[in-house]
Design a binder for this molecule. Structure first.
Ligand SMILES: Cc1cc2nc3c(=O)[nH]c(=O)nc-3n(C[C@H](O)[C@H](O)[C@H](O)COP(=O)(O)OP(=O)(O)OC[C@H]3O[C@@H](n4cnc5c(N)ncnc54)[C@H](O)[C@@H]3O)c2cc1C
Length: 323
């Protein structure tokens, strides 16, 4: 059985931030992820028509001084850029725009998926490999994967939503809570559509705060529109086929906002999109078993994407003895 110092399960923002730090320090680690590409909830999809669409986090804050070194490097490489438009809030009939200088937002370039792929450069990531069990005995971890691969490790880092971490290690650190789901569609919508909802700005991410169906609509020139459904709309449809709820979303949008039902270019179901009660404290740590749990479960009220990065950096500090 192969032995490494640290196994990290999860190649999303937190797992990659953790792994990149360990690799930079010359430490021995492996990242496992069941997805086809790194990114987790910061994933993008290449559509058949050649366009790319961000299906998870479209834009994020960078306010935490703890992530500045890592993100400054990514900005210097052009992988993180300022969000190239406005951020709006809609509550009832009221549409307001945030001041981009007071509350700057950032995004991955050319996509969030590309940003996470850049973060994965030089990191040993085994994709399409799901961990099915992690057990601790005699001072070390044994991680078993779907293809019967088994890895032995001194440290285990669970870098994923807390409900998923609990499936692997039922008594991992962190008080149990659930995650809200989010159903997302990428739609072909003409540039000037839905002015009553979005205003007439062509480049805008609009958070909708009191709607049964909509939570966020993102409109960027040259890209498909991306619609995030509210948790209340998403949960009852989680077990339906993707084609069924995507068609229903398109029909409801047309009825509500006018115009023909938009063509659905892609639809994605995020079962664990957002932690319902994120825990403060940055990460979970069990010193006896050398087990860290990181990700946006631990960001408290902070921004989720930057919080996930910070959480992964903190978990790396446990391995390095600097936390
Ligand atoms: C629709 C949506 C909109 C969002 N909008 C925003 C926003 O506006 N602003 C913001 O800051 N954040 C936003 N976020 C949140 C942001 O994307 C996340 O906080 C961040 O990407 C979480 O990173 P993570 O590393 O904690 O977890 P994840 O990205 O979920 O990574 C976990 C990884 O673990 C892998 N995994 C899980 N179980 C196993 C297993 N058993 N074996 C192997 N691999 C496993 C998964 O495949 C996944 O790649 C949004 C997220 C979604 C889904």
């Amino acid at each position: 059985m192969k032995h490494v110092e640290t196994v990290i399960i999860g190649a999303g923002a937190s797992g990659l931030a953790c792994a990149a730090t360990l690799v930079a320090a010359g430490r021995d680690c492996i990242v496992l992820d069941r997805g086809r590409r790194p990114g987790g909830r910061a994933s993008s999809r290449d559509l058949a028509d050649g366009r790319t669409v961000d299906l998870g986090v479209p834009l994020f804050r960078l306010t935490d001084p703890g992530v500045q070194a890592m993100t400054a490097d990514l900005r210097a490489r052009g992988s993180i850029v300022r969000w190239p438009g406005l951020v709006a809030d809609r509550t009832g009939d009221r549409l307001t725009y945030r001041d981009p200088e007071q509350d700057p937002r950032w995004t991955g370039a050319p996509s969030t998926g590309a940003l996470l792929a850049t973060m994965a450069e030089g990191v040993p990531v085994l994709q399409e490999l799901a961990a099915t069990a992690a057990t601790h005995a005699s001072g070390s971890w044994v991680v078993t994967c779907t293809d019967e691969t088994r890895l032995r490790a001194d440290f285990l880092i669970l870098a994923m939503p807390l409900p998923q971490a609990r499936r692997l290690v039922a008594d991992c650190p962190g008080a149990p809570f659930e995650n809200d789901a989010c159903l997302v569609t990428a739609l072909d919508v003409s540039d000037g559509a839905w002015p009553d909802l979005m205003g007439t700005q062509h480049n805008v991410a609009c958070y909708i705060h009191d709607d049964d169906l909509l939570a966020l609509v993102v409109r960027r020139p040259g890209r498909p529109w991306v619609v995030h459904a509210s948790a209340a709309w998403s949960h009852p449809r989680l077990d339906q086929p993707v084609t069924a709820w995507a068609a229903e979303m398109s029909k409801q949008l047309s009825e509500r906002l006018g115009g023909p039902a938009p063509t659905v270019l892609h639809a994605h179901r995020w079962t664990f999109a957002r932690p319902r009660g994120p825990l403060a404290g940055g990460h979970g740590w069990d010193p006896d078993r050398r087990l860290a749990v990181c990700g946006d479960a631990w960001v408290g009220p902070a921004g989720r994407f930057e919080g996930a990065l910070r959480s992964g950096l903190d978990a790396a500090g446990r391995v390095l003895g600097t936390a």
